[in-house]
Ligand binder design. Structure first.
Ligand code: CP3
Length: 342
């Protein structure tokens, strides 16, 4: 049997039709997701109920036949597993207890305690590796330490990650200890996902773009490099996707510096620029603006084809530049797929 298309791209193979999946492909834009989420009661119960988490992971695969399925979970579950309180306020996004002092940090649990909370996630992975179509690749994931730390420090999402920047400047020892804890926990969390059947893992560094210069190297690049090195030692050949969102020039050389097999691109960089400056080093993933899934029309088709064309000279996994939004039209996803697959 020929290898799965996503795995071929991650090995550096150029394909005439790029494989495709979407960030947040299991989400509120799908009526079947909203129904299963209502059945679960709330978002965290959905994440921690393996049968239902597997069901929402499979829904977009059944509907669209994406080349990859991404485990349904959230990057903030690891904070909860380390002992932070986590809840989702209706319509307001995540809320957590805050980490701002050495005492807050000392109250967190040791890394070997995380499986107690996260074992339902591993069960979701096991169900999916049995139930996915044989051509579909299963992607596991975690948040990168910097991005998870921004939520743990502020206790919520922040427009400029101000509280995390303030802590790293005021108390670098506490901040570095939190990053180190998250590096170790993420290595264990992703290892357990791989042992349960994840074929690829992705690190989401959604707020990497607010780190500049030396801080980008220290807190975006370096933790990612450490996690990848440990995972590759345990699982030689495991393909890993890194997503230092809004890194701009920081995308250049990121794969080589971290050992990632693929760099995911957000839609603030042009596909032509990224083909010349990032794809020269290997596989890239991206980068259609998610807004086209709302607006649709001829522009959606033209922009999709333009991105396929721009990356056609090398290995490419088609994706959005960020997650699909709840107001997207499910028919536009099919239009995008038709434009890619012809
Ligand atoms: O992509 C997928 O389909 C897999 C599942 C997944 C979710 N979150 C489900 C989710 C993944 C990979 C994530 C990653 C995630 N979570 C990130 C990194 C990627 C990014 O978007 O930048 C971040 C920063 C989070 C934290 C988080 N989770 C926020 C800020 C929110 C609220 C915003 C929102 O969209 O409502 C969530 C909730 C969340 N995670 C939802 C989903 C489907 C919506 C919850 C709901 O059903 O109400």
């Amino acid at each position: 049997m020929p290898d799965k298309t996503i795995l071929r791209a991650l090995r550096g193979e150029r394909q005439p039709i790029p494989p495709v999946w979407m960030m947040r492909q299991a989400g509120r834009y799908l009526p079947e997701y909203r129904a299963t989420r209502a059945q679960a009661g709330d978002f965290l119960s959905l994440c921690y109920t393996p049968e239902l988490a597997a069901e929402v992971t499979l829904q977009p695969i059944r509907r669209y036949g994406f080349d990859a399925a991404i485990l349904f979970a959230d990057i903030l579950l690891i904070a909860q597993a380390l002992g932070a309180d986590l809840w989702f306020a209706q319509g307001e996004g995540p809320r957590l207890s805050t980490i701002t002092t050495p005492a807050d940090l000392a109250r967190l649990k040791p890394v070997d305690a995380i499986d107690e909370v996260l074992s339902p996630v591993y069960e979701t992975v096991r169900i999916l590796s049995r139930e996915l179509p044989r051509e579909t690749t299963l992607i596991g994931f975690a948040g990168a330490p910097w991005t998870v730390a921004t939520y743990m420090i502020a206790g919520r999402g922040t427009p400029d990650q101000g509280p995390a920047h303030a802590l790293r400047e005021a108390d670098p020892a506490t901040f570095d200890a939190l990053i180190d804890l998250l590096v170790s926990a993420t290595i264990e969390y992703l290892s357990a996902q791989v042992s349960a059947g994840a074929e690829v893992v992705k690190l989401f560094d959604s707020w990497a773009g607010s780190l500049k210069g030396e801080a980008f190297t220290r807190y975006a690049l370096e933790p990612t490099r450490r996690i990848i090195a440990a995972l590759k030692e345990r699982y030689p050949g495991l393909p890993i996707i890194a997503f230092p969102r809004e890194a701009g020039q920081g995308y250049v050389g990121f794969a080589k510096a971290t050992g990632a097999d693929c760099v995911a691109l957000d839609n603030s960089v042009s596909a032509d620029w990224a083909a010349a400056n990032v794809q020269v080093d290997g596989c890239v993933q991206g980068n259609l603006a998610p807004g086209y899934m709302v607006t649709g029309g001829d522009e959606l088709v033209a922009e999709t084809k333009r991105i396929v064309q721009a990356f056609s000279g090398g290995p490419h996994i088609f994706n959005l530049g960020h997650g699909i939004t709840p107001d997207a039209d499910p028919d536009n996803v099919q239009r995008m797929l038709d434009a890619i697959r012809g």
